[in-house]
Each structure stands twice: as structure tokens, then as C-alpha cells.
Design a protein around this ligand. Structure first.
Ligand SMILES: Cc1ncc(COP(=O)(O)O)c(C=O)c1O
Length: 405
């Protein structure tokens, strides 16, 4: 049966393969050529350990300091408030575990507030903390995946150590009102962390404006290298150290500094900033086009995410299970065979597609959540890519969907 299906899909693919279209920039982005050039010397001739006092070390130290200054400047932060880490996952772990541990130890606070639509890096860290005696409130989100600041306010108790609410959602693109949430945190003296992995470089993100005490960032979502990110820690925030060892990163995250990756991260961030709003506007126009073409051709599609308060490069759609029966896996597989790289936004564990926790939290039923496509555009995406994608999608849907109404 499976073999038959495969042959069937392969046959179909001959019709389609005409170009390769990468529409998964939310998962990762290609490394920018200028970023690669900036990093190269720090892999070869400028290889010193940034903690060494000789000239080789000092050369590496200068590059590291400069990279830290760049990230800090782009956030309106001080250099000492930026810690380089291995990526968004580590930044989330560091922020939550570090603050939770410290606040319990020093102030007896053991309560955490987060939302049901967070990235797994936050959710699984919270689950770990629950197993270690912390209480976690997982707030509901609305039909667009947005957190209501009033719910945050209601959830705060005298025991609340930290609030962690993401800036922009990685599956549906919805932007949370983090300024308001940050203010609520301030009023109650509660530390506020925001996972800004998807918004950094794309939305304005000045730390004083967004009122965050901690921000998680990652380089590979902005055409930088994989394996590096940063945690912004507002001066004075109580946080336990994350890695024990040498005194690197102000003694909070031990381990020899990854200078080439830090240089690449800073270069990528600078390039994103230099593009200003024009690239985001261009992506927004492509999203409008993709949205319009899909709406016109697929009457049984539901658009996920906020219609206006959302990242301009993500479009997430589901096929309404009450109107059409469609196998989400076959859908993605057929698109891939035709050269189109998209995702459902759901975790693919041991070969079975789990429905997205974000879509379930937004009130989608399981079947609909499984029949989902997340398109995420980037610098290389053109109007022709969008037209090709919609054309192929039409062919695939015609082939595998069973219309119920
Ligand atoms: C919102 C969000 N947080 C955290 C992460 C994890 O970042 P990294 O891949 O750098 O560990 C991702 C990556 O997909 C993300 O989208």
C-alpha cells in the first residue's frame, strides 16, 4: 500500500519539478555571503582564544567585544547585558532556569507564567521546572494565537518569579503585545522574558520600549550561522549562572567563546538592520499576493494567525476538516517532490506528524491542525516562486483531497 502510494506520488512529481522554492525561512535561513566572508578569518589566521592575554587572544577578544557592541547597539542595550549562547534554545533555557532557580533560592518564589503557544524550548523547560517543584501557569491564547495581557495580570501571585511570553510566534507569525505585558511585570516586580528569536531583525526591538528584562535571540533566522545566539539580560536581573567552568561571559556561561560565530551573528544583524523596513515591506507584499491567490483558489482554507499583527513573511493555512479531507503528510511530501520546501509547523517525531500545539491552542481541531502548511518567505523569494507554489498546490490538492461538501 505504502509502495503503491510512493509510485503514485513519484509519477505525479514528473509533471511538477520545474524549480526549487525554499519557503521555510522560519526554520532557518541560508548564510549570507557577506556574513561568511566576515567570519572566515576567525576560523583560520585569527584563531586566538579570546581569554588569552597575548596578541592572538587580544585580536579575538577585540572581535568578540565589537560583535557584542553591535548586538547591544541594535537593541538599545549595554554591551555587558549581552551574553553569547549557542542559540535560541539555550537562551530560553538559560532565562527560565536561571531566573527560576535564583528567585526560589533568594526570595522563595516558585511560580512561572507562560503561554500554550510558546516554542518547545520554553514549554519543555517549563515542564522540567515543574518536575523540579515549580508551579507553571500556561495561559490560553485567542483564536489568532495571541496572549491577552489581562490574563497575565490575573495569573500573577506573590510567588511569581518570571513571566515568559514570546514576541512573535514561529508557526503563525502573530505578534504578542509584549510592551503591555512587560509593563505589567514591572508593576508587580516580576521578571519578564520574551523569546524574540523570530522577531529580532524584523520588528523594532529596543529593550526599553519592549520592557523586557530578558530576550532570546538566534543568528540562523537572520542569515547568520547556526549554533549562536544571545541572551539579553537587563542589568540587575537576578539570574543563576548557566554553565560552570571558566569565567567567560561575565562568569555566567563558561566555555571558550565562539568568536567566528559571534562575528557572523553581528554581521548578519547589521545587514538586517541596514535593509531597514524595505525588505519587510516587500515580504509583506508577497504575503498579500500569496494570501489572495490561495483565498481565490481554495474555498476550504482557513488562514491561521493574526490578520494584521503578524510577521510579514509567514503565512499559515489549514484545510478545514469539515469541508475537505486531506492528508497533511502527503500534502507536504507532494510539494517537496515538486521542489517546494514548506512545513506544517508541527513537530515530526518518530515518523508521525503530531498536530501543532499552537494550532490546537488556537482552537483548531486535530484533523484540521494536521492539514496545515506554513509558508515562510525570505530574501530569495520572488513573485514567480509564489505563482509556481500556488499552481503546484492546486495540482496536489486536486490529486489528494476529498471534498466533503
Ligand atoms: C520562537 C523560537 N524560539 C526558539 C527557537 C530555537 O532557536 P535555535 O534553533 O537557535 O536553538 C526557535 C527556532 O525555531 C524559534 O522559532
Amino acid at each position: 500500500m505504502e509502495a503503491l502510494l510512493f509510485v503514485e506520488l513519484q509519477k505525479a512529481s514528473y509533471i511538477f519539478i520545474m524549480r526549487r522554492v525554499y519557503l521555510d525561512h522560519t526554520a532557518t535561513t541560508p548564510l549570507d555571503a557577506q556574513v561568511f566572508e566576515a567570519m572566515k578569518p576567525y576560523f583560520s589566521e585569527k584563531y586566538g582564544n579570546a581569554s588569552s592575554i597575548h596578541q592572538f587572544g587580544q585580536e579575538a577578544r577585540a572581535a568578540l567585544d565589537q560583535s557584542r557592541d553591535t548586538i547591544a547597539r541594535l537593541l538599545g542595550a549595554q554591551s555587558g547585558e549581552i551574553l553569547f549562547v549557542s542559540g535560541g534554545t539555550e537562551a530560553d533555557n538559560f532565562a527560565l532556569k536561571g531566573v527560576a532557580w535564583k528567585m526560589r533560592e533568594e526570595e522563595g518564589k516558585n511560580h512561572i507564567i507562560t503561554s500554550k503557544a510558546e516554542h518547545h524550548a520554553v514549554l519543555e523547560t517549563c515542564e522540567f521546572l515543574e518536575h523540579n517543584g515549580f508551579d507553571v501557569t500556561y495561559l490560553n491564547v485567542d483564536e489568532y494565537g495571541m496572549v491577552d495581557p489581562a490574563d497575565v495580570r490575573k495569573a500573577i501571585t506573590p510567588k511569581t518569579a518570571i513571566i515568559s511570553i514570546m514576541h512573535a510566534n514561529n508557526e503563525v507569525g502573530t505578534i504578542n503585545p509584549i510592551e503591555e505585558i512587560g509593563l505589567i511585570g514591572k508593576e508587580h516586580g516580576v521578571v519578564f522574558h520574551s523569546d524574540a528569536v523570530q522577531s529580532f531583525g524584523k520588528l523594532p526591538l529596543a529593550v526599553d520600549q519592549v520592557k523586557a528584562d530578558l530576550l532570546s535571540l538566534s543568528a540562523h533566522k537572520i542569515y547568520g550561522p547556526k549554533g549562536i545566539g544571545a541572551l539579553y539580560i537587563r542589568k540587575g536581573t537576578k539570574i543563576e549562572r548557566f554553565m560552570h567552568g571558566g569565567g567567560q561571559e561575565r562568569g555566567r556561561r563558561a566555555g571558550t567563546e565562539n568568536v567566528p560565530l559571534a562575528v557572523g551573528f553581528a554581521k548578519a544583524a547589521e545587514l538586517m538592520a541596514s535593509m531597514g523596513e524595505s525588505e519587510q515591506r516587500r515580504l509583506g507584499q508577497l504575503k498579500v499576493k500569496l494570501h489572495a491567490m490561495i483565498e481565490e483558489r481554495f474555498p476550504f482554507v482557513i488562514f491561521n494567525g493574526h490578520p494584521t499583527d503578524a510577521l510579514p513573511h509567514i503565512l499559515n493555512i489549514s484545510f478545514d476538516s469539515e469541508k475537505v479531507e486531506i492528508d497533511g503528510e502527503a500534502l507536504l511530501f507532494n510539494l517537496d517532490l515538486a521542489g517546494i520546501a514548506v512545513t506544517s509547523g508541527s513537530a515530526c517525531t518518530s515518523g508521525s506528524m503530531e498536530p501543532s500545539h499552537v494550532l490546537l491552542a488556537m482552537g483548531r481541531d486535530e484533523k484540521t491542525a494536521r492539514a496545515t502548511i506554513r509558508f515562510s518567505m525570505g530574501e530569495s523569494t520572488t513573485e514567480e516562486d509564489i505563482e509556481y507554489t500556488v499552481g503546484v498546490l492546486e495540482e496536489v490538492v486536486r490529486k489528494i483531497a476529498k471534498v466533503l461538501v
